[in-house]
Design a protein around this ligand. Structure first.
Ligand code: SF4
Ligand code: SF4
Length: 378
């Protein structure tokens, strides 16, 4: 296991962090899916026994059970071996006092007097506005002063401008962002990552495998990897890309079984900051281009075509279709598109009025594309 200094905080962390949003599950007597506690506790402890020193949980993971099980796993001396992070669910706040109430509830569930990192969870523009109106700085100051949290941080899902706004609004100890070689120009972006480094804010990375998709590339992308001299696996390329950045402290992986854990541990034994040479970096770019070339619809997301009089979410639909094609996943019955259907904004609602096609700078045959997408989904 590689260890890196956690910014200016005076301690090191393992490069691989234990995420607890995809713990092993089982059906309970009522037929509901719950965490398989015995397996989950064994998994977390096996990770720590093998050198992991960063454990990440959050209020909503596994329907609220993750914090509880993480707390159980950290008994018997394991708590002292790790830095523990959990997060404030901004969406659950009804009033300012809820911040303190929920933090206390979380400490109780985890059964610990303090957490090392407390993150404002999934921050975006609207949530930042709410946090400002709730005087979040006073809340963090109080929680730091009374010792319930050791470090204040935030996790993030919005665009670069929003990331920079939040980054520079407070003296954060850490920021957690989504970053992988397909998304290095999305959300916080590589530019945001570098800005955090410059500001002395270490980064924790989530979705390094894009929800697992980068571990299972489509055949043409896989063929590129297999032809490469290094013989790195798909997972190794994804982790090696992120690990190359000195700004990154810990890379979270939500592991569900021992095999995944052991594979990750083996990979992280060989990862270092600056571990990719120029040819490797060029190859990762080639992989990204190979993924992007799989997108069949040249929609740029400019949104000139919306609103559609029938409320068809044209760019959202095209983006969803492109993503599935890019990752080599099945469109028929797609879960993501299913939500668009459920909300009544799907391709089947198009009545062919043509208003969108006249304004599309890419001259896309939108009506035909929507018909094709609808047909393939059913
Ligand atoms: S052609 Fe279809 S998608 Fe385009 S504006 Fe008309 S109803 Fe909406
Ligand atoms: S106008 Fe064309 S390119 Fe722009 S979002 Fe709509 S479909 Fe995509």
């Amino acid at each position: 296991m590689q260890y890196v200094p956690f910014g200016k905080h005076g301690f090191d962390v393992s490069r691989l962090g234990m995420g607890t949003m995809r713990l092993p599950t089982m059906k309970n007597e009522e037929g509901n899916t719950v965490i398989d506690r015995e397996a989950a506790i064994a998994l977390i402890r096996r990770g720590i026994d093998n050198g992991i020193t960063y454990v990440d949980t959050a209020y909503p993971y596994h329907g609220g059970e993750s914090e509880l099980v993480t707390g159980l796993a950290l008994k018997d001396g394991y708590r002292e071996k790790v830095k523990l992070a959990t997060k404030l669910p901004i969406w659950a706040l009804k009033e300012e006092a809820d911040m303190n109430r929920i933090l206390d509830e979380q400490l109780k569930k985890l059964d610990v007097p303090y957490v090392d990192f407390y993150l404002l969870h999934a921050m975006n523009k609207d949530r930042m506005e709410l946090m400002r109106s709730y005087n979040y700085k006073a809340f963090l100051k109080e929680a730091l002063a009374d010792g319930r949290i050791r470090h204040a941080a935030f996790s993030f899902h919005d665009d670069k401008e929003c990331f920079l706004d939040i980054l520079h609004d407070y003296d954060w100890s850490m920021a957690q962002i989504q970053f992988n070689y397909l998304d290095d120009d999305k959300q916080a972006t590589e530019e945001g990552l570098k800005a955090a480094g410059k500001a002395g804010v270490p980064l924790v990375i989530m979705e390094p495998l894009r929800g697992g998709a980068l571990a299972n590339p489509p055949a043409d992308v896989k063929a590129l990897m297999e032809a490469h001299d290094s013989r790195r696996s798909a997972v190794e390329w994804a982790f090696a890309y992120i690990s190359d950045y000195a700004e990154v402290a810990t890379i979270l992986s939500g592991m569900s079984n021992q095999q995944q854990l052991d594979d990750n541990l083996a990979i992280f034994n060989n990862l270092t900051v600056g571990g990719l040479n120029d040819a490797d970096k060029a190859f990762v770019k080639q992989l990204k281009e190979a993924y992007l070339a799989r997108m069949p619809i040249g929609c740029t997301g400019c949104r000139y075509c919306v609103p559609c009089p029938n409320d068809v979410h044209i760019p959202v639909i095209f983006n969803a279709y492109n993503e599935m094609a890019m990752l080599g996943q099945e469109w028929k019955g797609s879960w993501g598109y299913g939500n668009i259907v459920k909300n009544g904004h799907d391709a089947a609602k198009c009545v062919g009025c043509g208003a969108c096609e006249g304004v599309c700078p890419q001259s896309l045959p939108i009506i035909d594309l929507l018909a094709k997408i609808d047909k393939e989904y059913k």
